[in-house]
Design a protein around this ligand. Structure first.
Ligand code: FAD
Length: 362
């Protein structure tokens, strides 16, 4: 069976990795890469505090956080370095810190089905002297951070499949196969993120996927031991994400009116930096930094979807992962592989119906 994967963000590269464990498949991965959300992501894996009422989304997000254990172990067993993933814990802040008690109770109800949350407790700020500007915080030791670019590079390498660079188009052929870049495929996975419309609209589909610009800054501090610090999550857009080796990421913006623009907007980043200094005054000292800009995909009701494309047999798709796609992406990629191989996965794709977001025009 010849399979094409279009897009090598977190969804496409996880699909490639798990397809490489199947027998008698031949896979080619195509990726343009420009503006890819996965490369720009802050990388926080901590869905348990969310108050979103969408049960299907929460199920996907909590199972997605769990799935990292399996993915990391699978890559480790294949001999790959696992440092892209670290359960360094998360520390949540509230402007009115009495609200932390309610949030604690909310997360506590989720402990039984998600033991990965680990230690859950409200702590005094003195236990986290590297940060300032708050009195108490809610801590979950199982919260994690992921280096998206490192993870996808590892997955593609571990798959052993060829990744071809460039933007491709999809052409259905009369015999039910598909042509991409001059090659013929039996099945196709479209893991195109925000660019899904550009692939399906020329084939007469209407696609409810919009781009959202996200920017963040990575700050580099020489000699600072940032590896042990938890991710700091104040209320609102700002997160402060320490990585090992003196890197602290500060982000991320959510800009709905910028289309696919990838230019760095200093004004937006400076607002985030000013707020971050409240919690991490070291940001005022001499530092070097660089920016990342990516495009998230979101749908009109902010729900992700995956499954087979209506009226395009053997073309499977996932998109609309929004702000939590690094959390849900690996699990979606794995479930796409199950669909391609014709067996049930642990997510029911009818809970995330493609037909709500992709429609054939009359
Ligand atoms: C700034 C920022 C911060 C974020 N922080 C977090 C976070 O902390 N936690 C979290 O869980 N999520 C986070 N996210 C969200 C997460 O990164 C995304 O939801 C997720 O990475 C989407 O993965 P994807 O594989 O669907 O799409 P992408 O990673 O965007 O990959 C899609 C790929 O497909 C390629 N492509 C598309 N069409 C074609 C074509 N026709 N031909 C060839 N290639 C094509 C694109 O070039 C791209 O490389 C963040 C996102 C951003 C931008």
């Amino acid at each position: 069976m010849k399979i094409a994967i279009v897009g090598a963000g977190i969804v496409g590269s996880t699909a490639a990795y798990y397809l490489s464990k199947e027998k008698e498949v031949e896979v080619t991965v195509f990726d343009h890469g420009l503006g890819q959300a996965t490369k720009a992501a802050a990388g926080i894996i901590s869905p348990w505090f969310s108050k979103r009422r969408n049960k299907a989304w929460y199920r996907m997000a909590r199972l997605g956080a769990d799935f990292y254990q399996e993915l990391v172990s699978d890559l480790g067993n294949d001999g790959y370095d696992k440092s892209f993933y670290d359960q360094s814990g998360v520390a949540l802040l509230k402007k009115d810190d009495s609200k932390l008690d309610g949030l604690y109770e909310h997360a506590e109800t989720r402990l039984e089905e998600s033991p990965i949350i680990g230690e859950l407790s409200i702590k005094n700020a003195s236990t986290l002297p590297e940060f300032t500007g708050f009195n108490r915080y809610l801590y979950a030791s199982g919260g994690a951070r992921v280096e998206g670019a490192e993870l996808t590079a590892t997955l593609i390498k571990a798959s052993g499949f060829e990744k071809l660079e460039g933007q491709v188009t999809l052409s259905p052929l009369d015999d039910g196969t598909y042509e991409i870049d001059g090659q013929t495929f039996d099945k196709v996975i479209l893991a195109c993120g925000a660019w899904l419309g550009q692939t399906l609209e020329p084939l007469g589909f209407e696609v409810d996927v919009r781009p959202q610009k996200g920017q963040l800054r990575d700050y580099f501090f020489e000699g600072m031991d940032t590896g042990k610090l938890p991710v700091l999550m104040p209320e609102g857009e700002l997160d402060v994400i320490p990585f090992a080796g003196g890197k602290i990421s500060v982000g991320a913006s959510h800009e709905n009116d910028q289309g696919f623009d990838l230019t760095v907007d200093e004004a937006v980043l400076e607002v985030l930096e000013e707020e971050a200094k409240t919690y991490f005054p070291d940001l005022s000292t001499d530092k070097s930094f660089s920016e990342r800009v990516g495009t998230r995909a979101y749908t009109s009701d902010f729900s992700p979807f995956f499954g087979e494309v209506p009226e395009l047999k053997n073309v499977f798709v996932a998109s609309g992962l929004g702000s939590s796609g690094l959390t849900t992406g690996p699990l979606i990629g794995k479930n796409l592989v199950d669909l391609v191989m014709n067996r049930p996965g642990n997510l029911d794709s009818t809970d995330y119906p493609v037909a709500n977001y992709i429609k054939k025009q009359d």
